[in-house]
Design a protein around this ligand. Structure first.
Ligand code: GLN
Length: 314
Protein backbone atom coordinates (compact mmCIF):
# COMPACT_ATOMS: atom_id res chain seq x y z
CA UNK A 1 0.00 0.00 0.00
CA UNK A 2 2.78 2.41 1.01
CA UNK A 3 4.62 1.51 -2.14
CA UNK A 4 1.53 2.24 -4.23
CA UNK A 5 1.05 5.65 -2.61
CA UNK A 6 4.70 6.48 -3.23
CA UNK A 7 4.35 5.46 -6.82
CA UNK A 8 1.22 7.53 -7.26
CA UNK A 9 2.88 10.55 -5.66
CA UNK A 10 5.85 10.21 -7.93
CA UNK A 11 3.55 9.98 -10.88
CA UNK A 12 1.62 13.09 -9.86
CA UNK A 13 4.85 15.03 -9.31
CA UNK A 14 6.21 14.00 -12.66
CA UNK A 15 2.99 15.04 -14.31
CA UNK A 16 2.88 18.46 -12.69
CA UNK A 17 6.53 19.00 -13.59
CA UNK A 18 5.74 18.11 -17.16
CA UNK A 19 2.77 20.42 -17.18
CA UNK A 20 4.78 23.26 -15.69
CA UNK A 21 7.56 22.82 -18.22
CA UNK A 22 5.19 22.26 -21.05
CA UNK A 23 3.19 25.37 -20.17
CA UNK A 24 5.23 27.60 -22.37
CA UNK A 25 5.28 25.11 -25.13
CA UNK A 26 1.54 24.99 -24.96
CA UNK A 27 1.29 28.76 -25.13
CA UNK A 28 3.59 28.86 -28.07
CA UNK A 29 1.59 26.17 -29.77
CA UNK A 30 -1.56 28.21 -29.20
CA UNK A 31 0.03 31.25 -30.68
CA UNK A 32 1.12 29.27 -33.66
CA UNK A 33 -2.45 28.20 -34.21
CA UNK A 34 -3.61 31.82 -33.93
CA UNK A 35 -0.94 32.87 -36.38
CA UNK A 36 -1.99 30.23 -38.83
CA UNK A 37 -5.63 31.33 -38.61
CA UNK A 38 -4.60 34.96 -38.94
CA UNK A 39 -2.52 34.21 -41.97
CA UNK A 40 -5.38 32.35 -43.53
CA UNK A 41 -7.85 35.17 -42.93
CA UNK A 42 -5.45 37.67 -44.38
CA UNK A 43 -4.99 35.50 -47.39
CA UNK A 44 -8.75 35.20 -47.76
CA UNK A 45 -9.43 38.88 -47.57
CA UNK A 46 -6.54 39.57 -49.91
CA UNK A 47 -8.08 37.14 -52.38
CA UNK A 48 -11.49 38.68 -51.97
CA UNK A 49 -10.10 42.17 -52.42
CA UNK A 50 -8.16 41.04 -55.45
CA UNK A 51 -11.16 39.39 -57.02
CA UNK A 52 -13.29 42.43 -56.35
CA UNK A 53 -10.94 44.99 -57.76
CA UNK A 54 -10.34 42.85 -60.82
CA UNK A 55 -14.06 42.52 -61.34
CA UNK A 56 -14.42 46.28 -60.92
CA UNK A 57 -11.65 46.98 -63.40
CA UNK A 58 -13.34 44.68 -65.83
CA UNK A 59 -16.63 46.51 -65.24
CA UNK A 60 -15.06 49.68 -66.47
CA UNK A 61 -14.02 47.85 -69.62
CA UNK A 62 -17.57 46.80 -70.40
CA UNK A 63 -20.48 44.87 -68.95
CA UNK A 64 -19.84 41.71 -70.93
CA UNK A 65 -16.19 41.58 -70.05
CA UNK A 66 -17.01 42.21 -66.43
CA UNK A 67 -19.23 39.18 -66.37
CA UNK A 68 -16.56 37.06 -68.01
CA UNK A 69 -13.96 38.24 -65.53
CA UNK A 70 -16.25 37.62 -62.59
CA UNK A 71 -17.00 34.14 -63.93
CA UNK A 72 -13.34 33.33 -64.39
CA UNK A 73 -12.32 34.73 -61.03
CA UNK A 74 -15.06 33.14 -58.97
CA UNK A 75 -16.11 30.50 -61.47
CA UNK A 76 -16.59 27.90 -58.76
CA UNK A 77 -18.80 30.29 -56.79
CA UNK A 78 -21.06 31.10 -59.70
CA UNK A 79 -21.46 27.46 -60.63
CA UNK A 80 -22.16 26.50 -57.06
CA UNK A 81 -24.74 29.28 -56.92
CA UNK A 82 -26.61 27.66 -59.75
CA UNK A 83 -26.35 24.37 -57.95
CA UNK A 84 -27.80 25.92 -54.79
CA UNK A 85 -24.95 27.67 -52.98
CA UNK A 86 -26.15 29.73 -50.02
CA UNK A 87 -25.15 33.38 -49.93
CA UNK A 88 -23.05 34.46 -46.97
CA UNK A 89 -25.68 37.11 -46.33
CA UNK A 90 -28.00 34.28 -45.25
CA UNK A 91 -25.46 32.41 -43.10
CA UNK A 92 -27.08 33.82 -39.93
CA UNK A 93 -30.46 32.42 -40.98
CA UNK A 94 -31.89 35.92 -41.29
CA UNK A 95 -32.71 37.99 -44.36
CA UNK A 96 -32.72 41.63 -43.26
CA UNK A 97 -34.92 43.59 -45.65
CA UNK A 98 -35.12 47.34 -46.01
CA UNK A 99 -38.30 49.03 -47.16
CA UNK A 100 -40.04 52.38 -46.88
CA UNK A 101 -43.50 51.61 -45.57
CA UNK A 102 -45.09 54.73 -47.08
CA UNK A 103 -45.98 53.33 -50.47
CA UNK A 104 -49.35 51.60 -50.47
CA UNK A 105 -50.30 49.00 -51.59
CA UNK A 106 -46.69 47.77 -51.88
CA UNK A 107 -45.68 48.75 -48.35
CA UNK A 108 -47.42 50.54 -45.53
CA UNK A 109 -47.64 50.31 -41.75
CA UNK A 110 -50.59 48.15 -40.68
CA UNK A 111 -52.94 48.72 -37.73
CA UNK A 112 -50.50 46.95 -35.41
CA UNK A 113 -47.65 49.23 -36.41
CA UNK A 114 -45.97 46.53 -38.51
CA UNK A 115 -44.81 46.93 -42.13
CA UNK A 116 -47.20 45.12 -44.47
CA UNK A 117 -48.18 45.24 -48.12
CA UNK A 118 -47.51 43.35 -51.35
CA UNK A 119 -43.72 43.72 -51.22
CA UNK A 120 -43.54 42.73 -47.56
CA UNK A 121 -45.67 39.63 -48.21
CA UNK A 122 -43.61 38.80 -51.30
CA UNK A 123 -40.26 39.00 -49.53
CA UNK A 124 -41.63 36.93 -46.63
CA UNK A 125 -42.70 34.26 -49.14
CA UNK A 126 -39.19 34.40 -50.64
CA UNK A 127 -37.68 34.05 -47.16
CA UNK A 128 -39.83 30.99 -46.58
CA UNK A 129 -38.55 29.40 -49.80
CA UNK A 130 -34.99 30.16 -48.73
CA UNK A 131 -35.57 28.80 -45.24
CA UNK A 132 -34.59 32.02 -43.47
CA UNK A 133 -36.31 34.40 -41.11
CA UNK A 134 -37.27 37.75 -42.66
CA UNK A 135 -36.70 40.89 -40.58
CA UNK A 136 -38.10 44.11 -42.11
CA UNK A 137 -36.44 47.45 -41.41
CA UNK A 138 -38.56 50.50 -42.18
CA UNK A 139 -36.35 53.34 -43.40
CA UNK A 140 -36.35 56.35 -45.74
CA UNK A 141 -36.57 55.41 -49.40
CA UNK A 142 -33.63 57.61 -50.23
CA UNK A 143 -31.26 55.72 -47.89
CA UNK A 144 -32.14 52.18 -49.01
CA UNK A 145 -29.61 51.73 -51.81
CA UNK A 146 -26.67 52.89 -49.68
CA UNK A 147 -27.72 50.57 -46.83
CA UNK A 148 -27.73 47.40 -48.96
CA UNK A 149 -24.89 45.08 -48.02
CA UNK A 150 -24.32 46.76 -44.66
CA UNK A 151 -27.40 47.68 -42.62
CA UNK A 152 -29.71 45.52 -44.72
CA UNK A 153 -29.21 42.48 -46.94
CA UNK A 154 -31.72 43.48 -49.62
CA UNK A 155 -34.35 46.14 -50.31
CA UNK A 156 -37.88 45.71 -51.61
CA UNK A 157 -39.70 49.01 -51.93
CA UNK A 158 -41.50 49.29 -55.26
CA UNK A 159 -38.02 50.12 -56.41
CA UNK A 160 -37.61 50.81 -60.11
CA UNK A 161 -34.62 49.33 -61.89
CA UNK A 162 -32.51 52.25 -63.11
CA UNK A 163 -29.03 52.40 -64.66
CA UNK A 164 -27.89 54.75 -61.92
CA UNK A 165 -28.94 52.38 -59.13
CA UNK A 166 -27.32 49.50 -61.02
CA UNK A 167 -23.98 51.18 -60.41
CA UNK A 168 -24.45 50.47 -56.69
CA UNK A 169 -26.61 47.36 -56.48
CA UNK A 170 -27.76 44.35 -58.48
CA UNK A 171 -31.43 43.76 -59.20
CA UNK A 172 -33.42 40.53 -59.13
CA UNK A 173 -35.66 39.63 -62.04
CA UNK A 174 -38.40 42.26 -62.32
CA UNK A 175 -41.63 41.35 -60.55
CA UNK A 176 -43.97 44.23 -61.43
CA UNK A 177 -44.50 46.83 -64.18
CA UNK A 178 -45.26 50.40 -63.18
CA UNK A 179 -45.54 53.90 -64.58
CA UNK A 180 -45.54 57.35 -62.96
CA UNK A 181 -48.94 59.03 -62.53
CA UNK A 182 -49.75 62.68 -62.00
CA UNK A 183 -52.04 63.58 -59.10
CA UNK A 184 -53.79 66.92 -59.50
CA UNK A 185 -56.45 68.78 -57.48
CA UNK A 186 -59.95 67.99 -58.69
CA UNK A 187 -60.74 70.46 -61.46
CA UNK A 188 -57.10 71.15 -62.41
CA UNK A 189 -56.46 71.67 -66.12
CA UNK A 190 -53.10 69.85 -66.10
CA UNK A 191 -53.54 67.15 -68.73
CA UNK A 192 -50.40 66.79 -70.83
CA UNK A 193 -46.58 66.91 -70.62
CA UNK A 194 -46.60 70.54 -71.87
CA UNK A 195 -48.89 71.54 -68.99
CA UNK A 196 -46.25 70.48 -66.43
CA UNK A 197 -43.69 73.09 -67.53
CA UNK A 198 -42.98 75.67 -64.84
CA UNK A 199 -45.26 73.97 -62.30
CA UNK A 200 -44.68 73.38 -58.59
CA UNK A 201 -44.37 69.59 -58.38
CA UNK A 202 -44.42 67.46 -55.24
CA UNK A 203 -42.48 64.17 -55.24
CA UNK A 204 -41.10 61.58 -52.88
CA UNK A 205 -37.40 62.27 -52.47
CA UNK A 206 -34.98 60.18 -54.53
CA UNK A 207 -37.68 58.42 -56.54
CA UNK A 208 -38.14 58.12 -60.28
CA UNK A 209 -40.97 60.67 -59.92
CA UNK A 210 -38.37 63.05 -58.46
CA UNK A 211 -35.99 62.37 -61.39
CA UNK A 212 -38.74 63.07 -63.98
CA UNK A 213 -39.87 66.27 -62.25
CA UNK A 214 -36.30 67.48 -61.79
CA UNK A 215 -34.64 66.38 -65.05
CA UNK A 216 -37.42 66.18 -67.63
CA UNK A 217 -39.89 68.96 -66.80
CA UNK A 218 -38.82 72.39 -67.96
CA UNK A 219 -38.78 75.12 -65.34
CA UNK A 220 -40.28 72.89 -62.65
CA UNK A 221 -40.10 73.86 -59.00
CA UNK A 222 -39.72 70.56 -57.15
CA UNK A 223 -40.72 70.00 -53.52
CA UNK A 224 -39.31 66.77 -52.10
CA UNK A 225 -41.00 64.84 -49.28
CA UNK A 226 -40.02 61.74 -47.34
CA UNK A 227 -43.57 60.42 -47.63
CA UNK A 228 -45.75 60.53 -50.73
CA UNK A 229 -48.78 61.27 -48.58
CA UNK A 230 -47.16 64.49 -47.35
CA UNK A 231 -46.82 65.63 -50.96
CA UNK A 232 -50.51 64.88 -51.53
CA UNK A 233 -51.44 66.84 -48.40
CA UNK A 234 -49.51 69.83 -49.73
CA UNK A 235 -51.32 69.40 -53.04
CA UNK A 236 -54.64 69.62 -51.23
CA UNK A 237 -53.38 72.67 -49.30
CA UNK A 238 -52.42 74.34 -52.58
CA UNK A 239 -48.66 74.38 -51.95
CA UNK A 240 -47.90 72.36 -55.10
CA UNK A 241 -49.74 72.12 -58.44
CA UNK A 242 -49.38 68.37 -58.87
CA UNK A 243 -47.64 65.28 -57.49
CA UNK A 244 -45.72 62.78 -59.60
CA UNK A 245 -45.76 59.33 -58.04
CA UNK A 246 -46.09 55.67 -59.10
CA UNK A 247 -49.44 54.43 -60.44
CA UNK A 248 -50.62 52.21 -57.58
CA UNK A 249 -49.89 54.61 -54.71
CA UNK A 250 -51.47 57.37 -56.86
CA UNK A 251 -54.65 55.30 -57.15
CA UNK A 252 -54.64 54.62 -53.41
CA UNK A 253 -54.25 58.35 -52.67
CA UNK A 254 -57.00 59.16 -55.19
CA UNK A 255 -59.42 56.99 -53.26
CA UNK A 256 -58.16 58.13 -49.83
CA UNK A 257 -58.75 61.76 -50.82
CA UNK A 258 -61.78 61.12 -53.00
CA UNK A 259 -63.35 64.23 -54.44
CA UNK A 260 -60.26 66.31 -53.65
CA UNK A 261 -57.70 64.91 -56.09
CA UNK A 262 -57.58 62.83 -59.22
CA UNK A 263 -54.83 60.57 -60.58
CA UNK A 264 -53.96 60.88 -64.27
CA UNK A 265 -52.23 58.00 -66.09
CA UNK A 266 -48.60 58.74 -66.97
CA UNK A 267 -49.09 57.56 -70.54
CA UNK A 268 -50.93 60.84 -71.04
CA UNK A 269 -47.64 62.59 -70.16
CA UNK A 270 -45.50 60.19 -72.21
CA UNK A 271 -43.91 58.65 -69.11
CA UNK A 272 -42.22 55.31 -69.82
CA UNK A 273 -42.80 51.88 -68.29
CA UNK A 274 -40.78 51.09 -65.15
CA UNK A 275 -39.99 47.72 -63.60
CA UNK A 276 -39.86 46.93 -59.89
CA UNK A 277 -37.21 44.52 -58.66
CA UNK A 278 -35.50 43.52 -55.43
CA UNK A 279 -32.17 45.27 -54.89
CA UNK A 280 -29.37 43.06 -53.62
CA UNK A 281 -25.67 43.64 -52.85
CA UNK A 282 -23.65 44.12 -56.01
CA UNK A 283 -21.77 40.97 -56.96
CA UNK A 284 -23.54 38.54 -54.61
CA UNK A 285 -24.14 35.95 -57.35
CA UNK A 286 -25.34 33.34 -54.87
CA UNK A 287 -28.00 35.60 -53.34
CA UNK A 288 -29.12 36.84 -56.78
CA UNK A 289 -29.64 33.30 -57.99
CA UNK A 290 -31.34 32.22 -54.74
CA UNK A 291 -33.77 35.15 -54.83
CA UNK A 292 -34.56 34.68 -58.52
CA UNK A 293 -35.15 30.97 -58.03
CA UNK A 294 -37.50 31.61 -55.11
CA UNK A 295 -39.33 34.28 -57.12
CA UNK A 296 -39.75 31.85 -60.00
CA UNK A 297 -41.19 29.20 -57.67
CA UNK A 298 -43.57 31.73 -56.11
CA UNK A 299 -44.82 32.68 -59.57
CA UNK A 300 -45.13 29.05 -60.66
CA UNK A 301 -47.05 27.84 -57.60
CA UNK A 302 -49.67 30.61 -57.72
CA UNK A 303 -48.52 32.45 -54.58
CA UNK A 304 -47.58 35.53 -56.61
CA UNK A 305 -51.04 35.85 -58.22
CA UNK A 306 -52.65 35.36 -54.81
CA UNK A 307 -50.65 38.28 -53.42
CA UNK A 308 -51.53 40.47 -56.42
CA UNK A 309 -55.21 39.73 -55.78
CA UNK A 310 -54.95 40.24 -52.04
CA UNK A 311 -52.90 43.44 -51.98
CA UNK A 312 -53.12 45.17 -55.37
CA UNK A 313 -56.39 44.31 -57.05
CA UNK A 314 -58.35 44.55 -53.86
N1 GLN B 1 -40.69 53.35 -58.11
C1 GLN B 1 -40.16 54.56 -57.58
C2 GLN B 1 -38.66 54.49 -57.51
O1 GLN B 1 -38.11 53.44 -57.54
C3 GLN B 1 -40.75 54.93 -56.23
C4 GLN B 1 -40.51 53.93 -55.15
C5 GLN B 1 -40.98 54.36 -53.77
O2 GLN B 1 -41.29 55.52 -53.54
N2 GLN B 1 -41.04 53.46 -52.85
O3 GLN B 1 -38.01 55.48 -57.41
Amino acid sequence: MKKLIALLLAAVMTMSLLTACGGNDGAEADETVTDAAGAENEADSADAAGAESEANDADAAGAENAEDAADAESGADAEEAEGGEVSEALADGVLTVGTNAEFPPFEYVDDNGEPDGFDVALIKAIGEKLGVEVVVENMEFDSLVAAIGSKIDVAIAGMTVTDERKESVDFSDAYYDAVQYVIVPDGSDIASAADLAGKAIGVQMGTTGDFIATDDVEGSEVSRYNKGVDAVNDLINGRVDCVIIDKNPALVFESTFEGQVKAIPGEQFEFGVEEYAIAIPRGDAALLSQVNKALEEIKADGTFDELVKQYIEN
